[in-house]
Design a protein around this ligand. Structure first.
Ligand code: ZN
Ligand code: ZN
Length: 357
């Protein structure tokens, strides 16, 4: 097998060859057909998250050892099962659910593996999918995807589940209400496509990129697209919501300006869900939290139960499809710089089968 790995933080990934892994116990080895390129892979390669105010959390502090293989939007074919593994057969095609906890703590026992203090997230804490093979600890993390195209299926493991879980964290809405989605990149686009599975509200999409706003407006669920960098953007949201503000907002960016815009755009009692990991910090006006009774919470990817619930909607055929751009796995570095520069529409999926032989 081979992987494209972070060998030094801040430097391009390098190819490394390894013996193909053999599954032990309940493990399953999957031969990967594709792996989506996600913004958080960029943070992994950089080696830090920006906490704002000059503070950083580094991956070295978090215990990430190099070389490390990024990639958590994986799809592929079961190649080998450990002696205690069951539930799949060689040749089965599955999405790899990467948000795997320790399996023994309270959070894991409650099915909230994303809250686990000792997670085994594939492509974040353990080696991930910029590779030809992945070892999955248990077959229950392999999710069927019916007749969904495999490259698209890969993206449900992060951009899909992240958007779906964030949408579920906003209380049910009616068709008369509005939700604001900030950032129409990969995860934001998944949010636009999945909104009908969870909410009746109309969408107001906020993105600084005119092209992304234009693409978002093609969805019949999007009532308006605004540029949050413009001073009149909050006023536009108020006008579109009868002067009261949106029922909820999801910040898919996670920068100071996007979080502030989200807080300003929601109504009294509204919910702001922070999802993006761009970085930075915001000063919060404390009296306004109680006076406006707003609910501001974070959401990190999603649970296995939510993954199955989301796939139920997708297999029901009611979720429109995100544009996918397949590229060779060997082109991982170029794909990452394109994503960093905002040159990707939808999702790039890296495929070992497209690599030069
Ligand atoms: Zn991701
Ligand atoms: Zn745990």
């Amino acid at each position: 097998m081979y992987s494209y790995q972070v060998v030094e933080f801040g430097k391009p990934l390098e190819r490394r060859d390894y013996p193909t892994p053999k599954p032990a116990g309940t493990e399953v080895v999957v031969r990967l057909a594709g792996c989506g390129v996600c913004h958080s892979d960029l943070h992994l390669a950089d080696g830090f998250f920006d906490l704002g105010g000059g503070k950083r959390i580094t991956l070295a502090d978090r215990g990430t050892k190099l070389p490390f293989t990024p990639g958590h939007e994986m799809v592929g074919e079961v190649e080998a099962l450990g002696p205690e593994a069951s539930g799949v057969r060689p040749g089965d095609r599955r999405i790899v659910f990467p948000w795997i906890g320790c399996g023994t703590c309270e959070s894991c026992a409650a099915g909230e593996e994303t809250l686990c203090p000792n997670p085994r997230f594939l492509g974040a804490r353990r080696d991930g999918g910029y590779a030809t093979h992945i070892v999955v600890p248990h077959a229950k993390y392999l999710v069927a995807y019916g007749d969904v195209p495999e490259d698209l299926a890969a993206t449900y493991a992060c951009s899909g589940i992240t958007a779906f879980s964030a949408l579920k964290k906003i209380p049910k809405t009616t068709a008369r209400e509005c939700l604001v989605m900030i950032g129409a990149g990969g995860v934001g686009t998944a949010g636009i496509l999945l909104v009908s599975a969870v909410h009746e509200a109309k969408l107001i999409v906020a993105d600084v990129d005119a092209k992304k706003r234009e693409t978002a407006m093609k969805s019949n669920r999007v009532a308006a697209a605004v540029d949050p960098a413009k001073p009149e953007a909050v006023k536009q949201v108020l006008e579109l919501t009868g002067g009261i503000g949106a029922a909820g907002a999801i910040d898919f960016v996670g920068a100071p300006a996007s979080a502030q815009f989200g807080l300003d755009a929601i109504r009294r009692g509204g919910t702001l869900v922070s999802v993006g990991l761009y970085g930075g910090a915001v000063p919060v006006s404390l009296p306004l939290l109680p006076m406006r009774s707003v609910n501001w919470r974070g959401s990190y990817v999603g649970t296995l139960a939510e993954m199955h619930e989301m796939m139920g909607h997708i297999l029901g055929g009611k979720v429109p499809r995100m544009p996918i751009e397949p590229r060779p796995l060997a082109a991982a570095n170029g794909a990452m710089s394109d994503l960093r520069a905002g040159r990707v529409n939808g999702r790039v999926v890296l495929k070992p089968a497209l690599d030069p032989k």
